[in-house]
Design a protein around this ligand. Sequence first.
Ligand SMILES: Cc1cc2nc3c(=O)[nH]c(=O)nc-3n(C[C@H](O)[C@H](O)[C@H](O)COP(=O)(O)OP(=O)(O)OC[C@H]3O[C@@H](n4cnc5c(N)ncnc54)[C@H](O)[C@@H]3O)c2cc1C
Length: 534
Amino acid sequence: MSDSEMGMASGDLTRRFFLERLGRMGGTAMLLAGMDALGFGIGSALAAPPKLSGKPKKNKVVILGAGNAGLASAYELTQAGYAVTVIEARSFPGGRAQTARKGFSLTELGGVTQNCDFDDGLYINHGPWRIPYHHHSTLHYTRKFGVPLELFNNDNDASFLYFDKGKGPLAGKPIRKREVVADMLGYSSEILAKLSQQGALDSRMGAEDKEKFLEFLVEFGALSKKDLSYTGTPGRGFVVDPGAGTDPGPGKPSTPYKLDELLGSGLFHMVHGISEWDQQRTMFQPVQGMEQIPKAIARHLPEGMIRFNTEVQRMRQTPKGVTIDVLRDGQAETISADWCICTIPLSVLKGIDNGLSPAFQAAMAKCAYAPVGKIGLQMKRRFWEEDHSIYGGHVFCDNPDINNIALPSTGWQGQKGVLLGYYNFGPNAAKVSAKSPADRAAMAVDYGQKIFPAYRESYETSFSVAWHRVKYNLGGWGMWSDEARATAYPVLTEPDGRIYLAGEHLSYIGGWQAGAFESAWQQVERLHARAMKG
Ligand SMILES: Cc1cc2nc3c(=O)[nH]c(=O)nc-3n(C[C@H](O)[C@H](O)[C@H](O)COP(=O)(O)OP(=O)(O)OC[C@H]3O[C@@H](n4cnc5c(N)ncnc54)[C@H](O)[C@@H]3O)c2cc1C
């Protein structure tokens, strides 16, 4: 599928993928334009939950789902004096915010059961894995509940890029990102600087600005002040690193790749002036896995408030209240409340006898869910650190079955590690998910072997997920076309009688935990304003 087809392929199953590709192809400007156009991804706006003051007249709330949206709703409402019950189909809190470690088990729809058998202490965040510094709502809960954070290395100059679909001598070889960035910036600056000297920019700027602009290009592109040429820079690395004495002494500088080689290889797609807004450093991860956030919130809820292993079967409401029919271990039960906050993903909610209005049914039908896959590969040796000095970050590839291999941002210089072997989206995620877990791992290992000589011999075991085949999610995240964002989305942000929907799908920070938290905060505030009136 071409990029434009991907962008248009609506139902828009591939929106995030499209944006990621757009960012690679056109850099930040194009990406931000695309994000604006698609109504996606502008940073987290709320820094703190709403203040819910006063005593509500009707205070019984049933919350469907104990993912981050459900947990935040439960916590904030409990603090405000509501009597809350949370219904959760799974046996643990967090929804998508899961961490696979020894003993974690997952059965995809129509698939086999995978029992994670990573060594003790090793894990993969097969759902959310990183938190941008501007996701204030997510960071509100980590701060509030003392969830320790560590840096997530989201960009590594030393990491490899591996593109095998391009032409020329750089295709099909692991190339250090720093080399590609240095050379592309160098050549671009050189060309611009020389054009400027030839008068090409005279109509754009006066003599003084031209001089300053030249100064900028010389610094930016590491150009020779003498003749404005780019002949390399220590920043792209050395053939022999500098050291002591006279040998290696100053080391041996490296030689830039040729511009036509870089263009032919396609590697230039990975050079961005500034990172995408939601990919910027500083990026965090919770120590010991993303599940630590929902677990911490759940610990601060009254014992027994969350009813685990309890599946919502049917939802009904009258002008006075709501009733939710649930099934727990084969036992039917009906739960009554004054209000309901439903955080079940729309992909799942559509298939439940939900009793919602025709307007809601029509609006829900307009939200598509992204096929998304990830695999964790346990390696018996941290060869990426030992052999290549790559500490965290991503190896970006031009094979969309893989997209990126991510090296762990924890356990530095330990013996073993779990790396992310692929992160695929859209049709590629669907294709790869049709394989058995063993075949997915074999595919990932075969590919990684092209980049790292020690990949296959180091591989021990894997754990993979295809979110579109996970029963209580049926997709990675919700996606709205422009048309649906304008028409259907606003319908669902309003209550349907006494039922309020919340979750990442009802935010413009879709596919991020901050979207779930902030959507919850918004709906809780609205519910409270109404409950105060009776
Ligand atoms: C692969 C992947 C990578 C991601 N990366 C990041 C990232 O790096 N950073 C980030 O911040 N976010 C990331 N996200 C997004 C983040 O995981 C979500 O936005 C967020 O966790 C959604 O929370 P939620 O409460 O809206 O939904 P969920 O977490 O899905 O919660 C919904 C809950 O409803 C329950 N439920 C479903 N059906 C029923 C039923 N019938 N009865 C009872 N309960 C039911 C589910 O079990 C679940 O607990 C990623 C997501 C994926 C899939």
